[in-house]
Design a protein around this ligand. Sequence first.
Ligand code: GDP
Length: 369
Amino acid sequence: MEHPENSAEYEGLMVNAGVDHQEIVNPYLNHMRKKRQKLFTVDEYVEGILRGDVTRLSQAVTLVESTLPEHQAIAQEVIEKCLPYAGNSVRVGISGVPGAGKSTSIDAFGIHVLQHYGGKLAVLAIDPSSEKTKGSILGDKTRMERLSVHPKSFIRPSPTAGSLGGVARKTRETIILCEAAGYDKIFVETVGVGQSETACHSMVDYFLLIQLAGTGDELQGIKRGIMEIADGIVINKADGSNVDKAELAASHFRNALHLFPLPDSGIVPEVMCYSGFYDLNIDKVMAMVFRYIDKVKQSGYFQYRRNEQSKYWMYESINEQLKNNFYYNPAIRAMLPDMENAVLGGQMTSFVAASKLLDNYYSTINHTS
Ligand code: GDP
């Protein structure tokens, strides 16, 4: 297509068409591509993961994220075999609006944790928007400069395929593989909008909310019901002339938290100011997280929360599979457009259309079972 700037309006400016990419002609590269897709046996994946082999772990995660049934079959077996070795970690969810400083902070938190708490750290992400943008905005290695080159960290961007439920399930399954590979600290990054925070909350032991001062975030957080799921609130960018504003925001949060009932953990969320970029109070924020973990491990709430999460995921998994089974049913697929049109055209109420579809679905199921 002709470039719009080539119109007569832009006299003296001529934009040439770009050059198309060439086909790959180097046969060696094709060979390399094929090699990369090679599948291993379930035991080979499991053995590699348990050995802490990062390449094998990455390859297994790719299978978890794949939508191909043959990949999924292997992935599910690998997950099952890794399960007995999983669970032995501290999982921390980190959320905040875009620009709150999540990646800067995770870089700083991660380096601090590796230096002072030891072990290995995996950084995963839940980002349902990445399906649309065809590229993840979270968990990106290039945004975590120090962690990305640290030998004890494993960074994986958000899986891109599917609904939020699907993306979240894949992240949860990846946690299991990472834990089996010896990662005993897991950070799950999520963007502070919509349901992804709830999904993240449902798989972590501690949910940390990053806020900014003076952006109306205080009210936003309270309105969105986020205060109920945060285990700790931190105000980032408390540096330079922003320190006073950050302290003021922190006291607003502390006051607001008193208005809410005590969380199930029995621990009132702490509120703290820090600066991810200038490495200020990083130690205090991480101490706050691990203090909480110690307390809930002692009180038994840690295990209770994990059990509740497993129950939640059982129902989520049923819901997802039922929904898929319904929408992929050929009879339903054939009926849906007509029913939709009938509802849009006002010839049928939504309730009647839904009943007809479901009746049809039940009868096809009874027929085949
Ligand atoms: P994300 O979108 O939440 O991951 O945010 P980023 O980590 O990409 O940070 C967004 C912008 O805020 C970048 O320009 C950072 O340099 C800046 N930023 C992050 N943390 C701090 C901080 O502690 N202080 C200041 N002044 N800027 C920061």
